[in-house]
Design a protein around this ligand. Structure first.
Ligand code: X2X
Length: 348
């Protein structure tokens, strides 16, 4: 019997089931909820959902069940509208989340930093930004925007895919219809490359790819594999790593304040531990001696293209005006700090 039916049965007066009901009732007096609702976009088949699940389990174990969290993938608490997730957490419609910096960018303009085309390029560059002074500053900004940020995670470097042809240069993108995510910087980037972008939610993206209404999309290779995008006509992947997509583990502020200081520390430490493990999962099979995920995707009949430094440069040059326009909106100081952090890790 699951928790809900247990509670219903308890409420209906079953003597045998009254005990768990009473114990949980005691928590309510201490302002603890029976269940905390945690939002994600994708579920446990994906590194992102796995990270949320790790957090949930660590918190349950370390609080002996005092804090019971349930995951709601598909951003289902707000009907799949991922660009409204941040507002919903702030307002308390959502208690907790592991959320993408892209999806929260409409409310927090500084988060567009991670969507500046070709800023970070590789894991070392991303770590230099996220784990350093810039990452701390971003956490302060998120906190000021009204939620309690606890740890970083990672969706991954986003790669461009499509059903029509191999992409090696901006010319190859001309006229192709792409689904893009919910910050207007993505419209600008794809437009600068001569493509035809349409913003839509992840829930809408999949039927749009299936019907051919859009021909391409961009997402990390782990998302490609877990969502089986090859079955949605995506036959070409180019590993251009043009933007990173960090995740942030957060709690609604009122919920946070309702917990004892000891429980807050447990939840924070669990988020840090889960985030660290999640980042390792999100990077698995993508570089160095372990290219297992790349091989797995190729085995599905998908052409996976790596670009030379010169080929990458052409994309960087074509999107430079977008970078410059958005750097101003994000804040030049923050962008300069990020560039300085990345500089030692850049090869070209
Ligand atoms: O919508 C997407 O592409 C996804 C799943 O990667 C995000 O939520 C940012």
């Amino acid at each position: 019997m699951d928790r809900r039916s247990l509670l219903k049965a308890g409420a209906a007066g079953s003597i045998a089931l009254a005990a768990p009901f009473v114990i949980r009732g005691a928590h309510a007096q201490g302002k603890y909820k029976e269940e905390y609702r945690l939002s994600t976009v994708v579920g446990t088949a994906f590194p992102w959902g796995k990270g949320a699940d790790l957090w949930i389990n660590l918190v349950r174990e370390r609080t002996q069940g005092r804090i019971h969290i349930k995951m709601y993938p598909g951003v289902s608490l707000i009907n799949g509208d991922q660009t409204r997730e941040f507002s919903a957490i702030r307002q308390g419609v959502i208690d907790m989340a592991v959320g993408s910096t892209i999806n929260w960018s409409p409310q927090i303009k500084e988060l567009n930093l991670f969507s500046l085309p070709f800023l970070t390029r590789n894991h070392a560059g991303l770590d230099a930004v996220v784990q350093g002074e810039v990452g701390k500053r971003i956490m302060q900004i998120v906190e000021k925007a009204g939620v309690v940020p606890l740890a970083w995670g990672e969706n991954g470097f986003r790669e461009v895919t499509n059903s029509k042809r191999e992409i090696r240069s901006p010319d190859d993108m001309k006229g192709l219809k792409f689904r893009v995510v919910g910050s207007p910087i993505f419209n600008d980037t794809f437009t600068a490359l001569g493509a035809n972008p349409t913003q839509m939610s992840w829930a809408d993206a999949q039927p749009a790819l299936a019907s051919g209404a859009v021909e391409g999309q961009e997402n990390p290779l782990h998302v490609f594999a877990a969502a089986k995008l090859h079955t949605l006509a995506q036959k070409f992947v180019t590993r251009w790593g043009y933007v990173a997509d960090p995740l942030i583990f957060v709690v609604n502020r009122d919920i946070w304040n309702s917990w004892t200081p000891a429980d807050r520390e447990i939840v924070r430490a669990a988020a840090v531990d889960a985030g660290r493990q999640e980042i390792a999962i999100a990077r698995k099979g993508l570089s160095g001696t372990d290219l297992s995920l790349v091989k797995e995707v190729e085995a599905l009949g998908v052409k996976v293209t790596e670009l030379s430094a010169a080929e990458l440069k052409a994309f960087e040059v074509a999107t430079k005006p977008v970078y410059d326009k958005w750097a101003k909106q994000i804040g030049i100081d923050l962008v300069k700090k990020a560039e300085a952090a990345v500089a030692p890790t850049r090869k070209g």
